[in-house]
Ligand binder design. Structure first.
Ligand SMILES: [Zn+2]
Length: 250
């Protein structure tokens, strides 16, 4: 669905991306970096309220850069010997990293929206695997599912003991507000920021993850030292959920 809000964001994105290319062409010093593609850049392009959102070289978002930085640091390790379920795989750098796994499954409710090879159709409401995956990754997916507690329990069951779910959602500072697909799309857009979102999460997303049975670590970009955070324009918060049991660490 095309809405005024979407068009305005897209136009703003295009304008600042063009401005960055111009600055680079005019010889501006490239003194920033992108951990997703490794490029040095003159800055990042605007998207919505975030003036430093996208990498002008690869398009990586702040959350995509955060994930790459955490993996480069060794804070997060891709289980390359194991199985990975990667939902909504539209972050190219993460597809590259996760596809190194022995059993890589890129998936979405609507696989036709992606150009990633070997896409699978997975409806998280119906996910019925048990003890199958070492890693589950979903960025900006949980705000689309009708019943997020049911989906969190499905993910928990689908993971091997000790397996991890890396979850990122749009956050505001207020408590989570839930909606439903019974609401008109324009009301969902007004309340939750996008017509196909059925809720807006707050920090209490953590409580839902724990209530589903996970152990949880929260990794917020705000906790990274200021110089590093600025250099890569890192933002967002990763909810690193672990299924109890299994080896203590890998
Ligand atoms: Zn990049």
């Amino acid at each position: 669905m095309i809405t005024v809000q979407r068009v305005a964001k897209a136009v703003g994105k295009h304008l600042t991306r063009t401005a960055l290319k111009l600055r680079k062409a005019l010889g501006a010093r490239a003194n920033r970096g992108c951990p997703a593609c490794g490029a040095t850049v003159v800055g990042f392009f605007r998207y919505g309220d975030n003036g430093e959102w996208g990498c002008p070289e690869c398009g990586a978002s702040p959350r995509e850069r955060l994930m790459n930085w955490l993996m480069a640091q060794g804070t997060l390790t891709v289980p390359t010997d194991g199985a990975i379920l990667h939902m909504a795989p539209n972050e190219a750098s993460l597809v590259r990293r996760f596809a190194a796994a022995a059993d890589y499954m890129p998936a979405d409710l609507d696989p036709s929206r992606y150009t990633v090879p070997n896409m699978h159709r997975v409806d998280l409401m119906e996910l019925a695997d048990t003890d199958r995956y070492d890693l589950f990754y979903a960025s900006h997916v949980m705000e689309h599912v009708p019943d997020d507690m049911a989906v969190l329990r499905n993910i928990l069951r689908a993971l091997k003991p000790g397996g991890e779910a890396w979850l990122i959602v749009p956050l505001w500072e207020k408590p989570t507000e839930d909606g439903s697909f019974a609401m008109p799309p324009r009301e969902r857009e007004r309340r939750f920021g996008q017509w196909d979102h059925v809720r807006q999460y707050g920090p209490d997303f953590a409580d839902r993850i724990r209530a589903a049975g996970f152990d949880l670590e929260e990794i917020d970009a705000a906790s990274i030292d200021v110089a590093t955070r600025h250099f890569y324009a890192l933002d967002d918060r990763l909810f690193r959920a672990r299924k109890p049991g299994g080896a203590a660490s890998r």
